[in-house]
Ligand binder design. Structure first.
Ligand code: GLP
Length: 255
């Protein structure tokens, strides 16, 4: 796993967007795995105006029982932060339907659509404070696939502001850990002090279902783009900085 430490969250987001823009120049028909959460807002802002006319997208997860028109849904988030600002055909957007009458069939159809698209080229990932990726909560099978998942209390607590005055959805549909491992490139973003412990467990701890993100240690090409605060509990900061500094300029990521 490559860990790149930037000075600020803004630089983290612009580096992620820069990697995606560069990939789009090489191959305009990228299959993108997209994530939601506060972390990604700056990435999508930086991608506005990009040519998504040949891009296919697959979102990681969605709340169960929440429709696309609810402002707390991830479908709503994606339209507000990205899809309304780029040229993308609605038929190329794939979102798990939180209101699907048959969640298992919904998950199976989603898996098949990923296969038909040829797999995910670039998977964006945020990091839960409890070490989750997508809604793969601690204890998730490291071989899991797209499925219904009960949300952990830490996840409910950190996302409650999305549902002001309402009862929080307690379940999600989510791509599994295996789906994430199958993507060709993972871009994991983490910034702020509240992510520091999860980041250290993910990158330097043992691979364990108790920190599902740690499975990325098995992924052939993961880049973790982080800021100074998220990096506070990493033990090999000097090495990560040195490795990045010594990369040829053409292989560096835009700050
Ligand atoms: C949420 C989402 C994840 C997201 C993570 C971090 O529960 N299901 O996909 O990456 O938690 O969210 P945030 O970026 O708001 O910290």
């Amino acid at each position: 796993m490559e860990i790149v430490i930037f000075e600020s969250p803004e630089e983290v987001c612009s580096a992620a967007a820069g990697i995606i823009r560069r990939a789009l120049q090489k191959k305009p028909d990228q299959v993108l795995g997209l994530a939601t959460g506060r972390t990604m807002e700056g990435v999508y802002k930086n991608l506005r105006g990009a040519d998504f006319s040949q891009v296919k997208t697959f979102n990681l997860d969605e709340y169960v029982g929440v429709g696309a028109d609810h402002p707390g849904s991830y479908a709503y988030y994606m339209h507000e932060h990205l899809f309304n600002h780029v040229q993308i055909s609605p038929s190329n957007i794939h979102l798990l339907d939180g209101l699907a009458p048959d969640p298992e069939a919904e998950c199976e159809a989603f898996e098949q659509a990923i296969q038909r698209a040829g797999g995910i080229d670039i998977q964006l990932l945020g990091l839960g404070e409890n070490g989750h990726i997508a809604f793969n909560e601690p204890g998730s099978s490291l071989a899991s696939r797209t499925r219904f998942k009960t949300l952990a209390s830490a996840t409910l607590a950190s996302n409650k502001e999305l549902f002001p005055g309402e009862e929080l959805p307690r379940h999600g549909l989510t791509m599994g850990v295996s789906n994430i491992l199958e993507s060709r490139l993972c871009l994991l973003l983490a910034y702020g002090r509240r992510k520091a412990q999860a980041l250290a467990y993910m990158a330097e701890g043992p691979v364990t279902a108790m920190c599902p993100a740690s499975v990325l240690q098995f992924h052939p090409h993961t880049i973790a783009l982080v800021d100074e605060e998220a990096a506070l509990q990493l033990s090999m900061v000097d090495y990560y900085r040195l490795s990045y500094e010594e990369k040829p300029e053409r292989l560096k990521y835009p700050p």
